[in-house]
Design a protein around this ligand. Sequence first.
Ligand code: PLP
Length: 496
Amino acid sequence: MKYTSTRNARLSVEASHAIARGISAEGGLFVPCELPTVTPDWIRELAPLSYIERAVRVLALFLTDFSSEELIHAAEAAYSQGRFEDDRPAPLADLSDGRVVLELWHGPTCAFKDMALQLMPHLMAPAACRALDGKKMMILVATSGDTGKAALEGFCDAEGVKIAVFYPDAGVSPMQRLQMTTQKGENVEVFAIKGNFDSAQSEVKRIFTDPTVIGELARHDTVLSSANSINWGRLVPQIVYYFSAYADLLADGALAGGEEINFVVPTGNFGNILAGYYAKRMGLPVGRLVCASNRNDILADFLRSGVYDANRPFHTTLSPSMDILISSNLERLLFELCGRDDKTVADLMERLASARRYEVDGALSERMREIFWGGSVDDARCQREIRTVFERLGYLIDPHTAVAMGVCDDYRAATGDKRKCVVVSTASPYKFAAAVLEALGETRPKDEFEAAVLLSRRTATEIPAPVAALENAKIRFTRLLTPGEMPGAVAAFALK
Ligand SMILES: *Cc1c(COP(=O)(O)O)cnc(C)c1O
Protein backbone atom coordinates (compact mmCIF):
# COMPACT_ATOMS: atom_id res chain seq x y z
CA MET A 1 0.00 0.00 0.00
CA LYS A 2 1.19 3.48 -0.91
CA TYR A 3 0.79 6.80 0.88
CA THR A 4 -0.10 10.20 -0.49
CA SER A 5 -0.26 13.72 0.93
CA THR A 6 -3.35 15.67 1.99
CA ARG A 7 -1.99 18.65 0.02
CA ASN A 8 -0.55 16.82 -2.98
CA ALA A 9 -2.60 13.79 -3.98
CA ARG A 10 -0.30 13.01 -6.93
CA LEU A 11 2.38 11.94 -4.48
CA SER A 12 2.82 8.21 -3.87
CA VAL A 13 5.40 6.91 -1.37
CA GLU A 14 5.97 3.82 0.77
CA ALA A 15 5.02 3.66 4.45
CA SER A 16 8.70 3.76 5.38
CA HIS A 17 9.08 7.11 3.66
CA ALA A 18 5.95 8.51 5.35
CA ILE A 19 7.18 7.44 8.80
CA ALA A 20 10.82 8.46 8.35
CA ARG A 21 9.90 11.92 7.01
CA GLY A 22 6.93 12.61 9.27
CA ILE A 23 5.43 15.36 7.12
CA SER A 24 5.26 15.82 3.36
CA ALA A 25 7.61 18.34 1.72
CA GLU A 26 4.79 20.78 0.83
CA GLY A 27 3.48 20.73 4.41
CA GLY A 28 0.68 18.18 3.95
CA LEU A 29 0.16 15.04 6.04
CA PHE A 30 0.72 11.51 4.79
CA VAL A 31 -2.38 9.31 4.45
CA PRO A 32 -2.89 5.85 2.92
CA CYS A 33 -3.83 6.00 -0.79
CA GLU A 34 -6.79 3.81 0.09
CA LEU A 35 -7.97 2.43 3.38
CA PRO A 36 -7.83 -1.34 3.83
CA THR A 37 -11.10 -3.00 4.79
CA VAL A 38 -11.73 -6.05 6.94
CA THR A 39 -14.58 -8.55 7.19
CA PRO A 40 -16.65 -9.48 10.27
CA ASP A 41 -14.79 -12.82 10.32
CA TRP A 42 -11.44 -11.06 10.38
CA ILE A 43 -12.63 -9.10 13.44
CA ARG A 44 -13.99 -12.22 15.17
CA GLU A 45 -10.64 -13.93 14.70
CA LEU A 46 -9.00 -11.25 16.83
CA ALA A 47 -10.97 -12.25 19.93
CA PRO A 48 -8.70 -15.06 21.19
CA LEU A 49 -5.47 -13.28 20.25
CA SER A 50 -3.07 -11.33 22.47
CA TYR A 51 -2.62 -7.58 22.08
CA ILE A 52 0.69 -8.17 20.32
CA GLU A 53 -0.90 -10.53 17.81
CA ARG A 54 -3.78 -8.13 17.20
CA ALA A 55 -1.28 -5.31 16.68
CA VAL A 56 0.68 -7.30 14.11
CA ARG A 57 -2.50 -8.04 12.12
CA VAL A 58 -3.58 -4.40 12.00
CA LEU A 59 -0.09 -3.06 11.28
CA ALA A 60 0.36 -5.54 8.43
CA LEU A 61 -2.64 -4.04 6.62
CA PHE A 62 -0.99 -0.63 6.50
CA LEU A 63 2.77 -1.13 6.60
CA THR A 64 3.12 -3.33 3.54
CA ASP A 65 6.78 -2.51 2.91
CA PHE A 66 7.73 -3.84 6.36
CA SER A 67 8.51 -7.54 6.65
CA SER A 68 6.40 -9.60 9.03
CA GLU A 69 9.56 -10.19 11.10
CA GLU A 70 9.96 -6.42 11.46
CA LEU A 71 6.36 -5.99 12.57
CA ILE A 72 6.47 -8.89 15.02
CA HIS A 73 9.74 -7.60 16.47
CA ALA A 74 8.33 -4.07 16.82
CA ALA A 75 5.10 -5.19 18.51
CA GLU A 76 6.93 -7.51 20.89
CA ALA A 77 9.53 -4.90 21.80
CA ALA A 78 6.79 -2.34 22.44
CA TYR A 79 4.16 -4.31 24.31
CA SER A 80 5.99 -7.03 26.21
CA GLN A 81 9.21 -7.19 28.22
CA GLY A 82 7.61 -5.42 31.14
CA ARG A 83 7.17 -2.10 29.32
CA PHE A 84 3.52 -2.09 30.31
CA GLU A 85 2.32 -2.73 33.85
CA ASP A 86 0.20 -5.61 32.75
CA ASP A 87 0.44 -8.16 29.94
CA ARG A 88 -2.70 -6.54 28.58
CA PRO A 89 -1.54 -3.07 27.52
CA ALA A 90 -5.07 -1.78 26.86
CA PRO A 91 -7.48 -3.42 29.35
CA LEU A 92 -11.19 -2.63 29.70
CA ALA A 93 -12.97 -1.72 32.94
CA ASP A 94 -16.75 -2.25 32.87
CA LEU A 95 -18.62 0.44 34.82
CA SER A 96 -21.85 -1.62 34.57
CA ASP A 97 -23.91 1.36 33.44
CA GLY A 98 -23.60 0.86 29.69
CA ARG A 99 -20.14 2.39 29.80
CA VAL A 100 -16.85 0.57 29.50
CA VAL A 101 -13.52 2.31 30.06
CA LEU A 102 -10.58 1.56 27.76
CA GLU A 103 -7.50 2.17 29.92
CA LEU A 104 -4.60 3.35 27.78
CA TRP A 105 -2.23 4.52 30.51
CA HIS A 106 -0.45 1.41 31.75
CA GLY A 107 2.76 2.24 29.87
CA PRO A 108 6.01 3.79 31.14
CA THR A 109 4.79 7.42 31.06
CA CYS A 110 1.25 6.77 32.34
CA ALA A 111 -0.53 8.32 29.33
CA PHE A 112 -2.01 6.91 26.13
CA LYS A 113 0.84 8.33 24.03
CA ASP A 114 2.84 5.25 25.07
CA MET A 115 0.53 3.03 23.00
CA ALA A 116 2.06 4.53 19.85
CA LEU A 117 5.38 5.87 21.06
CA GLN A 118 6.59 2.60 22.53
CA LEU A 119 6.09 1.05 19.09
CA MET A 120 7.08 3.86 16.74
CA PRO A 121 10.85 3.85 17.42
CA HIS A 122 10.91 0.20 16.35
CA LEU A 123 9.22 1.17 13.08
CA MET A 124 11.43 4.21 12.67
CA ALA A 125 14.69 2.24 12.65
CA PRO A 126 13.88 0.03 9.62
CA ALA A 127 11.98 2.91 7.95
CA ALA A 128 15.00 5.21 8.24
CA CYS A 129 17.24 2.46 6.89
CA ARG A 130 15.13 2.19 3.74
CA ALA A 131 14.13 5.83 3.26
CA LEU A 132 17.04 7.98 4.44
CA ASP A 133 20.08 6.20 2.96
CA GLY A 134 22.34 6.45 5.97
CA LYS A 135 21.47 9.97 7.06
CA LYS A 136 21.01 10.78 10.72
CA MET A 137 17.64 11.83 12.02
CA MET A 138 16.56 14.60 14.33
CA ILE A 139 13.06 14.28 15.73
CA LEU A 140 11.27 17.47 16.77
CA VAL A 141 8.33 17.23 19.14
CA ALA A 142 5.93 19.93 20.29
CA THR A 143 4.03 18.70 23.31
CA SER A 144 1.07 19.74 25.40
CA GLY A 145 2.53 17.52 28.13
CA ASP A 146 2.30 13.82 27.42
CA THR A 147 3.74 13.32 23.94
CA GLY A 148 7.07 14.85 24.99
CA LYS A 149 7.77 12.35 27.73
CA ALA A 150 6.47 9.38 25.79
CA ALA A 151 8.63 10.28 22.77
CA LEU A 152 11.72 10.87 24.95
CA GLU A 153 11.18 7.52 26.62
CA GLY A 154 10.61 5.76 23.28
CA PHE A 155 13.63 7.25 21.48
CA CYS A 156 16.06 7.52 24.44
CA ASP A 157 19.54 6.46 23.22
CA ALA A 158 18.16 5.16 19.91
CA GLU A 159 20.94 4.68 17.33
CA GLY A 160 21.38 7.52 14.79
CA VAL A 161 18.55 9.60 16.26
CA LYS A 162 18.44 12.83 18.25
CA ILE A 163 15.24 14.09 19.77
CA ALA A 164 14.31 17.64 20.85
CA VAL A 165 11.13 18.33 22.80
CA PHE A 166 9.45 21.74 23.17
CA TYR A 167 6.77 22.22 25.82
CA PRO A 168 4.78 25.33 26.83
CA ASP A 169 6.35 26.70 30.03
CA ALA A 170 3.04 27.60 31.63
CA GLY A 171 0.97 24.84 30.08
CA VAL A 172 1.93 21.48 31.60
CA SER A 173 1.22 19.84 34.96
CA PRO A 174 4.08 19.75 37.53
CA MET A 175 4.37 15.97 37.08
CA GLN A 176 4.47 16.27 33.28
CA ARG A 177 7.25 18.89 33.55
CA LEU A 178 9.30 16.74 35.92
CA GLN A 179 8.93 13.72 33.68
CA MET A 180 10.49 15.68 30.82
CA THR A 181 13.16 17.73 32.63
CA THR A 182 14.59 14.62 34.33
CA GLN A 183 14.76 12.53 31.14
CA LYS A 184 17.87 10.38 30.81
CA GLY A 185 19.76 9.71 27.57
CA GLU A 186 22.62 11.22 25.57
CA ASN A 187 20.56 12.02 22.47
CA VAL A 188 17.83 14.17 24.04
CA GLU A 189 17.14 17.90 24.54
CA VAL A 190 14.16 19.44 26.32
CA PHE A 191 13.14 23.11 26.10
CA ALA A 192 10.41 25.12 27.77
CA ILE A 193 8.80 27.64 25.40
CA LYS A 194 7.34 31.03 26.26
CA GLY A 195 3.85 30.68 24.83
CA ASN A 196 1.17 28.00 24.62
CA PHE A 197 1.09 24.63 22.85
CA ASP A 198 -0.16 26.15 19.61
CA SER A 199 2.83 28.48 19.35
CA ALA A 200 5.23 25.58 19.99
CA GLN A 201 3.43 23.34 17.48
CA SER A 202 3.21 25.93 14.71
CA GLU A 203 6.90 26.81 15.06
CA VAL A 204 7.86 23.12 14.90
CA LYS A 205 5.72 22.66 11.78
CA ARG A 206 7.29 25.79 10.24
CA ILE A 207 10.83 24.57 10.95
CA PHE A 208 10.07 21.45 8.86
CA THR A 209 9.77 23.63 5.76
CA ASP A 210 12.39 26.26 6.73
CA PRO A 211 15.13 26.13 4.05
CA THR A 212 17.76 27.68 6.35
CA VAL A 213 17.36 25.08 9.10
CA ILE A 214 17.04 22.25 6.58
CA GLY A 215 20.21 23.42 4.80
CA GLU A 216 22.09 23.73 8.07
CA LEU A 217 21.12 20.19 9.11
CA ALA A 218 21.92 18.79 5.67
CA ARG A 219 25.52 19.96 6.16
CA HIS A 220 25.61 17.62 9.16
CA ASP A 221 23.97 14.83 7.17
CA THR A 222 20.83 15.08 9.29
CA VAL A 223 17.17 15.16 8.30
CA LEU A 224 14.19 16.20 10.40
CA SER A 225 11.36 13.94 11.43
CA SER A 226 8.39 14.18 13.75
CA ALA A 227 7.03 12.08 16.58
CA ASN A 228 3.87 14.17 16.88
CA SER A 229 0.61 12.68 15.72
CA ILE A 230 1.16 14.35 12.34
CA ASN A 231 3.42 11.29 11.78
CA TRP A 232 1.56 8.32 10.31
CA GLY A 233 3.69 6.08 12.55
CA ARG A 234 1.77 7.50 15.52
CA LEU A 235 -1.65 6.88 14.07
CA VAL A 236 -1.42 3.29 12.90
CA PRO A 237 -0.62 1.84 16.37
CA GLN A 238 -3.61 3.77 17.71
CA ILE A 239 -5.97 2.04 15.30
CA VAL A 240 -5.00 -1.23 17.00
CA TYR A 241 -6.64 -0.50 20.35
CA TYR A 242 -10.02 0.29 18.78
CA PHE A 243 -10.02 -3.19 17.26
CA SER A 244 -8.60 -4.66 20.44
CA ALA A 245 -11.34 -3.13 22.62
CA TYR A 246 -13.99 -4.58 20.33
CA ALA A 247 -12.25 -7.96 20.30
CA ASP A 248 -12.11 -7.99 24.12
CA LEU A 249 -15.84 -7.26 24.32
CA LEU A 250 -16.49 -10.10 21.87
CA ALA A 251 -14.26 -12.45 23.87
CA ASP A 252 -16.14 -11.52 27.07
CA GLY A 253 -19.48 -12.21 25.40
CA ALA A 254 -20.46 -8.59 26.02
CA LEU A 255 -21.32 -8.00 22.35
CA ALA A 256 -23.14 -9.85 19.63
CA GLY A 257 -21.00 -10.09 16.46
CA GLY A 258 -21.61 -7.02 14.29
CA GLU A 259 -23.17 -5.02 17.15
CA GLU A 260 -22.22 -1.35 17.00
CA ILE A 261 -20.53 0.49 19.85
CA ASN A 262 -19.70 4.16 20.37
CA PHE A 263 -16.34 5.53 21.41
CA VAL A 264 -16.01 8.69 23.50
CA VAL A 265 -12.57 10.24 23.11
CA PRO A 266 -10.98 13.09 25.10
CA THR A 267 -9.60 15.11 22.22
CA GLY A 268 -6.87 17.68 21.60
CA ASN A 269 -4.90 17.27 18.39
CA PHE A 270 -7.54 14.88 16.96
CA GLY A 271 -5.06 12.01 16.64
CA ASN A 272 -6.69 9.51 18.96
CA ILE A 273 -10.23 9.95 17.65
CA LEU A 274 -9.00 9.98 14.04
CA ALA A 275 -7.61 6.48 14.59
CA GLY A 276 -11.13 5.49 15.68
CA TYR A 277 -12.50 7.00 12.47
CA TYR A 278 -10.08 4.92 10.40
CA ALA A 279 -11.11 1.79 12.33
CA LYS A 280 -14.76 2.53 11.51
CA ARG A 281 -13.98 3.10 7.85
CA MET A 282 -12.10 -0.21 7.78
CA GLY A 283 -15.22 -2.03 8.90
CA LEU A 284 -15.17 -2.04 12.71
CA PRO A 285 -18.81 -1.75 13.86
CA VAL A 286 -18.58 1.74 15.36
CA GLY A 287 -21.69 3.85 15.75
CA ARG A 288 -20.79 7.38 16.77
CA LEU A 289 -17.39 8.82 17.59
CA VAL A 290 -18.00 11.29 20.38
CA CYS A 291 -15.40 14.06 20.51
CA ALA A 292 -14.95 15.40 24.05
CA SER A 293 -13.36 18.81 24.67
CA ASN A 294 -12.63 20.93 27.71
CA ARG A 295 -13.31 24.67 27.80
CA ASN A 296 -11.18 24.96 24.63
CA ASP A 297 -14.28 23.84 22.75
CA ILE A 298 -13.29 24.72 19.20
CA LEU A 299 -13.94 21.17 17.94
CA ALA A 300 -17.43 21.00 19.46
CA ASP A 301 -18.25 24.32 17.75
CA PHE A 302 -16.77 23.11 14.47
CA LEU A 303 -18.74 19.85 14.49
CA ARG A 304 -21.92 21.81 15.16
CA SER A 305 -21.44 24.70 12.74
CA GLY A 306 -18.82 23.76 10.13
CA VAL A 307 -16.89 26.90 11.11
CA TYR A 308 -13.40 26.37 12.52
CA ASP A 309 -12.49 29.59 14.27
CA ALA A 310 -9.29 29.77 16.33
CA ASN A 311 -9.78 33.49 17.00
CA ARG A 312 -10.78 32.89 20.57
CA PRO A 313 -9.14 32.93 23.99
CA PHE A 314 -6.87 30.03 24.86
CA HIS A 315 -7.78 28.59 28.27
CA THR A 316 -5.46 26.62 30.53
CA THR A 317 -7.54 23.92 32.19
CA LEU A 318 -7.27 20.91 34.50
CA SER A 319 -6.86 18.74 31.38
CA PRO A 320 -3.75 20.40 29.87
CA SER A 321 -3.12 17.77 27.20
CA MET A 322 -6.31 18.95 25.52
CA ASP A 323 -5.54 22.68 25.69
CA ILE A 324 -5.22 23.06 21.94
CA LEU A 325 -6.86 25.36 19.41
CA ILE A 326 -5.22 24.11 16.21
CA SER A 327 -5.92 20.37 15.90
CA SER A 328 -3.46 19.11 13.32
CA ASN A 329 -5.10 15.82 12.48
CA LEU A 330 -8.36 17.41 11.45
CA GLU A 331 -6.58 17.96 8.15
CA ARG A 332 -6.64 14.21 7.52
CA LEU A 333 -10.35 14.01 8.27
CA LEU A 334 -11.11 16.93 5.94
CA PHE A 335 -9.16 15.15 3.19
CA GLU A 336 -11.34 12.04 3.56
CA LEU A 337 -14.61 13.94 3.84
CA CYS A 338 -14.07 16.24 0.85
CA GLY A 339 -13.48 13.32 -1.51
CA ARG A 340 -9.69 13.41 -1.16
CA ASP A 341 -9.47 16.77 -2.89
CA ASP A 342 -5.97 18.08 -2.11
CA LYS A 343 -6.74 21.56 -3.50
CA THR A 344 -9.65 22.04 -1.09
CA VAL A 345 -7.53 20.89 1.87
CA ALA A 346 -4.56 23.10 0.90
CA ASP A 347 -6.96 26.02 0.55
CA LEU A 348 -8.59 25.45 3.96
CA MET A 349 -5.18 25.08 5.65
CA GLU A 350 -3.98 28.25 3.93
CA ARG A 351 -6.97 30.11 5.36
CA LEU A 352 -6.29 28.63 8.79
CA ALA A 353 -2.69 29.85 8.64
CA SER A 354 -3.57 33.36 7.44
CA ALA A 355 -6.92 34.11 9.15
CA ARG A 356 -7.02 31.40 11.85
CA ARG A 357 -10.47 30.54 10.51
CA TYR A 358 -12.14 28.48 7.78
CA GLU A 359 -15.57 27.22 6.94
CA VAL A 360 -16.45 23.92 5.25
CA ASP A 361 -19.43 23.48 2.95
CA GLY A 362 -22.79 22.21 4.17
CA ALA A 363 -22.47 18.73 2.65
CA LEU A 364 -19.10 18.10 4.30
CA SER A 365 -20.42 19.41 7.58
CA GLU A 366 -23.40 17.05 7.34
CA ARG A 367 -21.18 14.02 6.61
CA MET A 368 -19.07 14.94 9.62
CA ARG A 369 -22.12 15.05 11.90
CA GLU A 370 -23.28 11.61 10.77
CA ILE A 371 -20.08 10.16 12.24
CA PHE A 372 -19.04 12.54 15.02
CA TRP A 373 -20.78 14.27 17.91
CA GLY A 374 -18.95 16.99 19.81
CA GLY A 375 -19.39 18.23 23.35
CA SER A 376 -17.43 20.05 26.02
CA VAL A 377 -17.31 20.39 29.79
CA ASP A 378 -15.61 23.04 31.94
CA ASP A 379 -13.28 22.48 34.91
CA ALA A 380 -16.03 22.59 37.54
CA ARG A 381 -17.97 19.87 35.73
CA CYS A 382 -14.75 17.88 35.23
CA GLN A 383 -14.15 17.95 38.99
CA ARG A 384 -17.73 16.84 39.67
CA GLU A 385 -17.28 13.92 37.26
CA ILE A 386 -14.11 12.76 39.04
CA ARG A 387 -15.98 12.86 42.34
CA THR A 388 -19.23 11.21 41.27
CA VAL A 389 -17.56 8.48 39.23
CA PHE A 390 -15.41 7.66 42.25
CA GLU A 391 -18.19 7.88 44.83
CA ARG A 392 -20.90 6.08 42.83
CA LEU A 393 -18.84 3.59 40.85
CA GLY A 394 -15.67 3.25 42.91
CA TYR A 395 -13.56 4.04 39.86
CA LEU A 396 -10.80 6.68 39.86
CA ILE A 397 -10.26 8.79 36.71
CA ASP A 398 -7.92 11.58 35.65
CA PRO A 399 -9.22 15.00 34.45
CA HIS A 400 -8.97 14.11 30.72
CA THR A 401 -11.01 10.96 31.18
CA ALA A 402 -13.44 12.96 33.34
CA VAL A 403 -14.05 15.32 30.42
CA ALA A 404 -14.96 12.29 28.29
CA MET A 405 -17.24 10.88 31.02
CA GLY A 406 -19.13 14.17 31.21
CA VAL A 407 -19.52 14.44 27.45
CA CYS A 408 -20.60 10.78 27.31
CA ASP A 409 -23.48 11.59 29.70
CA ASP A 410 -24.42 14.65 27.65
CA TYR A 411 -24.34 12.63 24.44
CA ARG A 412 -26.60 9.92 25.82
CA ALA A 413 -29.01 12.48 27.28
CA ALA A 414 -29.13 14.52 24.04
CA THR A 415 -29.58 11.61 21.63
CA GLY A 416 -31.09 8.74 23.62
CA ASP A 417 -28.51 6.49 21.91
CA LYS A 418 -28.56 3.17 23.82
CA ARG A 419 -25.52 1.58 22.23
CA LYS A 420 -22.67 0.65 24.54
CA CYS A 421 -20.16 3.48 24.99
CA VAL A 422 -16.46 2.83 25.33
CA VAL A 423 -14.91 5.80 27.12
CA VAL A 424 -11.27 6.13 26.15
CA SER A 425 -9.17 6.81 29.26
CA THR A 426 -5.99 8.63 28.32
CA ALA A 427 -3.99 9.20 31.53
CA SER A 428 -3.39 7.78 34.98
CA PRO A 429 -5.02 9.89 37.72
CA TYR A 430 -1.59 10.01 39.38
CA LYS A 431 -0.24 12.20 36.61
CA PHE A 432 -2.58 14.87 37.96
CA ALA A 433 -2.68 13.77 41.59
CA ALA A 434 -3.20 17.19 43.22
CA ALA A 435 -6.03 18.13 40.87
CA VAL A 436 -7.73 14.77 41.34
CA LEU A 437 -7.39 14.95 45.12
CA GLU A 438 -8.94 18.41 45.13
CA ALA A 439 -11.81 17.17 42.98
CA LEU A 440 -12.47 14.51 45.64
CA GLY A 441 -12.98 17.30 48.16
CA GLU A 442 -9.58 17.25 49.85
CA THR A 443 -7.32 20.27 50.26
CA ARG A 444 -4.69 20.47 47.59
CA PRO A 445 -1.14 19.98 48.89
CA LYS A 446 1.63 22.03 47.24
CA ASP A 447 3.81 19.02 46.60
CA GLU A 448 2.76 16.57 43.86
CA PHE A 449 4.35 13.58 45.57
CA GLU A 450 2.57 14.32 48.80
CA ALA A 451 -0.61 14.55 46.71
CA ALA A 452 0.10 11.13 45.21
CA VAL A 453 0.54 9.55 48.65
CA LEU A 454 -2.66 11.16 49.94
CA LEU A 455 -4.56 10.12 46.82
CA SER A 456 -3.37 6.57 47.23
CA ARG A 457 -4.57 6.50 50.85
CA ARG A 458 -7.86 8.19 50.12
CA THR A 459 -8.79 5.89 47.21
CA ALA A 460 -6.96 2.66 48.07
CA THR A 461 -5.30 2.66 44.64
CA GLU A 462 -1.60 2.27 43.91
CA ILE A 463 0.86 4.95 42.83
CA PRO A 464 2.28 3.82 39.47
CA ALA A 465 5.99 3.03 39.70
CA PRO A 466 7.06 5.56 37.01
CA VAL A 467 5.42 8.39 39.00
CA ALA A 468 6.96 7.30 42.31
CA ALA A 469 10.42 7.08 40.69
CA LEU A 470 10.35 10.78 39.72
CA GLU A 471 10.61 12.03 43.27
CA ASN A 472 14.38 11.56 43.47
CA ALA A 473 15.23 12.05 39.79
CA LYS A 474 17.75 14.77 38.89
CA ILE A 475 16.61 17.76 36.80
CA ARG A 476 18.76 18.00 33.65
CA PHE A 477 16.97 20.53 31.43
CA THR A 478 16.15 24.10 32.43
CA ARG A 479 16.32 26.24 29.26
CA LEU A 480 13.44 28.56 28.40
CA LEU A 481 13.17 29.80 24.77
CA THR A 482 10.94 32.12 22.78
CA PRO A 483 9.46 30.46 19.66
CA GLY A 484 11.84 32.64 17.61
CA GLU A 485 14.82 30.97 19.30
CA MET A 486 13.71 27.44 18.39
CA PRO A 487 15.39 27.20 14.93
CA GLY A 488 18.73 28.25 16.47
CA ALA A 489 18.38 25.67 19.22
CA VAL A 490 17.64 22.96 16.63
CA ALA A 491 20.71 23.87 14.58
CA ALA A 492 22.93 23.96 17.67
CA PHE A 493 21.67 20.55 18.79
CA ALA A 494 22.50 19.06 15.38
CA LEU A 495 26.12 20.20 15.86
CA LYS A 496 26.44 18.68 19.31
C1 PLP B 1 -2.64 13.78 24.05
C2 PLP B 1 -3.70 13.58 25.04
C3 PLP B 1 -5.05 13.78 24.72
C4 PLP B 1 -5.48 14.27 23.36
O1 PLP B 1 -5.24 13.34 22.33
P1 PLP B 1 -5.20 13.79 20.80
O2 PLP B 1 -4.77 12.61 20.05
O3 PLP B 1 -4.19 14.92 20.75
O4 PLP B 1 -6.56 14.28 20.46
C5 PLP B 1 -6.00 13.51 25.68
N1 PLP B 1 -5.65 13.10 26.92
C6 PLP B 1 -4.37 12.92 27.27
C7 PLP B 1 -4.05 12.50 28.66
C8 PLP B 1 -3.35 13.13 26.35
O5 PLP B 1 -2.07 12.93 26.69
